[in-house]
Design a protein around this ligand. Structure first.
Ligand code: AHR
Length: 640
């Protein structure tokens, strides 16, 4: 008896599952502003220094602050050397006063001395052009040898002799290139500068010791190409920068100061970032804008709103100083070269102004007791001054609020929504935007499933969370006209120094070790198949929204219609019949289905890819395209 029940359940079960019959109308949806997918960046997890900023030398200029004093992290002596930090009476610059002094330990001046740097947790060495430079102070006529070497075997992959004529009166810059003859077997490599002091010569000071591999678009002081390529593959529309909490600063006066991140690297002092380390600010304001240009992204420029992370708030009396600083920043970026700041931009080589469509005032200003001052004077001070001068800029509050209606004009933004939550919370927010006033715009500036439903924090994005994010994103796409865009955060994490996880992409110095997460797979699928105009979907019979969720619309590729769906916690596969009004039988569509073997599956360093992508061709039958989506799956149906 039991056996026959089992047999019956196994083989005849499907006939009881009624297909979800959906009909996509051919008009009547939202024709304006589809949801854009973008990226949010701040220097967290060594995602800037030691990450996408391609500089290979860690602690290249010994930058420090009262919070993180200058130190010799990353550096060791070579041969007979002793190394120490010095603030010489002649500094390299106002911004970089501290250098490393390298002296022969026994004072005899014989033997090789120098310094060695292990890079940002390793150095990727392969046959390609490395471009380097450093500065010296001290009397020395001779050569300094620059090398890329294995830290394990001491094998030298590249070496060059740099003629040096250095004095103790002024700093001298030295440039060099290296071209390794072979690919190193691993990233356990070092960069070495060494020399033989001449008899009687005293020690040498070095500073701003820099080495770059080829960068994206070969930009000097540029970005790591493999990571940029992974971001480009996400087809991002905007870059929100420079934070996040890293914009705000831990305490006075450590906010992100835009004009300290410009020009020659000798003029950038760096600052104590929010995320436990000193920032070099080599990745500065202009570099962010060039990154936008290179990937065709609109800048979403976050400006400091007068709130530090320790809760210190700028008073109403002083807010105009902060507002003026932002007006200066905008003049620097957008101003004609006849303006003082526009002229400064031109002097740095950028005669053409940049375009800034969105300015976000602060970050999460509801936190740290900031809400009252934000509502009463901070936001409006920025809003009024910026819109008076730049009426085309969206001036966006850093968070949504029930009180928000007093702050903006119709058509202006409604805030930046951040959500870090469990999968079930994200699924419950599928309909969050349905009642948002259509004339206002929300940015989902940061989102990520950080926890299992039982509250356990996860090291990497996991499949159940990624499916839940897909449900949340489908809800946002259904309201595309009201939602400016969505960006997962944090974007990047160096696996050797994480302050916040999970991250969309994790990486090490070894490009082969980049981990593209399960959430990356979802964003890539959705972002590369944008909907330009949503279309209403009618549900047949007793069908319900949930455990299957969807959105339909006109696709970006001409003539294509798109249907996106996710199934979350259905306990079994969900059969669909998806019809498009006016669509004839035998028309074809491509169905892409993402699944994973386990709801808790994660893409991890060294592990297998856990997301399976299954692409099939379907023919439109009577009533539409018939297909079945497994539980915990994310799908895209695109007519061809
Ligand atoms: O993404 C990490 C942090 O989360 C951001 O800096 C902050 O905006 C949010 O609280």
């Amino acid at each position: 008896m039991l056996l026959s029940i089992l047999f019956f359940l196994l083989f005849f079960r499907p006939i009881f599952i009624r297909a979800l019959t959906l009909t996509v109308s051919n008009n009547g949806g939202n024709k304006t502003s589809p949801l854009a997918y973008g990226i949010m960046f701040e220097d967290i997890n060594n995602s800037g220094d030691g990450g996408i900023y391609a500089e290979l030398i860690r602690n290249r200029a010994f930058q420090g602050s009262p919070l993180y004093p200058s130190n010799l992290t990353g550096w060791s002596p070579v041969g007979d050397a002793k190394i120490s930090l010095q603030n010489t009476s002649v500094p390299l610059s106002w911004a970089l006063p501290t250098s490393v002094n390298v002296a022969a330990n026994n004072g005899s001046g014989d033997g090789e001395i120098g310094i060695v740097n292990g890079g940002w947790y390793g150095i990727d060495v392969r046959p390609q052009l490395y471009t380097g430079s450093f500065w010296t102070l001290g009397n020395y006529e001779g050569v300094i040898t620059a090398m890329l070497r294995s830290n394990i075997t001491s094998e030298t992959f590249a070496s060059t002799c740099i003629p040096i004529s250095s004095t103790n009166r002024a700093w001298t810059e030295h440039a060099f290139t290296l071209f390794p003859s072979a690919t190193a077997p691993n990233i356990n490599n070092t960069f070495v500068l060494s020399w033989r002091p001449q008899g009687g010569s005293s020690s040498l000071n070095l500073n701003l010791i820099s080495l770059f591999p080829p960068t994206w678009n070969n930009r000097p002081n540029g970005l790591r190409p493999d990571l940029v390529q992974s971001l480009k593959d996400l087809n991002p529309s905007y870059l929100r920068f420079p934070g996040g909490n890293n914009l705000q600063g831990l305490s006075p006066p450590y906010r992100w100061i835009w004009n300290n991140t410009l020009g020659s690297l000798t003029q950038r002092p760096g600052r104590p970032g929010t995320w436990t380390y000193e920032n070099t600010d080599g990745l500065g304001l202009i570099e962010y804008l060039l990154w936008c240009q290179d990937l065709g992204m609109a800048p979403v420029l976050a400006v400091w709103s007068g709130l530090y992370l320790d809760g210190v708030v700028i008073s109403e009396d002083e807010i105009d100083i902060c507002v003026q600083d932002v007006l200066n920043e905008l003049e620097f970026l957008m101003g004609d070269i006849s303006t003082p700041w526009g002229a400064y931009r031109a002097s740095l080589g950028y005669t053409q102004p940049f375009n800034i469509p969105i300015v976000e005032v602060g970050n999460e200003d509801e936190n740290k007791g900031g809400l009252a001052s934000y509502e009463s004077y901070r936001f409006m001070a920025f809003y009024n001054a910026i819109t008076a001068k730049y009426p085309d800029i969206y001036v966006m509050p850093s968070m949504p609020s029930p009180n928000i209606t007093g702050w903006y004009q119709p058509g202006q933004s409604a805030g930046d929504y951040h959500q870090y939550a469990t999968p079930s919370q994200f699924v419950s927010e599928f309909g969050l935007w349905d009642n948002l006033n259509a004339s206002n715009k929300m940015l989902i500036g940061e989102y990520a499933t950080r926890y299992l439903n039982n509250g356990t924090k996860m090291p990497y994005p996991f499949w159940q969370g990624s499916v839940a994010e897909a449900v949340f994103l489908l809800g946002a796409e259904r309201n595309g006209g009201k939602i400016i865009g969505a960006s997962y955060a944090p974007l990047l994490g160096n696996l050797n120094n994480l302050q916040w996880w999970p991250d969309l992409l994790s990486f090490t110095a070894d490009p082969a070790e980049t981990v593209l997460s399960t959430s990356y797979a979802v964003v890539k699928l959705f972002s590369n198949n944008r909907i330009t105009e949503t279309l209403p979907v009618e549900i047949g019979g007793n069908g319900t929204v949930g455990p299957a969720y969807w959105v339909a619309g006109v696709g970006e590729r001409s003539g294509s219609l798109v249907f996106k769906a996710a199934v979350y916690n259905a306990s079994e596969s969900v059969p669909f019949v998806a019809g498009f009004e006016g669509f004839q039988q035998s028309k074809q569509a491509e169905l892409t289905v993402l699944t994973a073997s386990d709801v808790y599956a994660m893409n991890v360093l060294g592990g297998p890819e856990v997301v399976t992508t299954n692409v099939t061709r379907l023919e439109c039958g009577d009533g539409g395209f018939s297909f079945e989506l497994p539980d915990y799956s994310v799908a895209l149906l695109r007519t061809v």
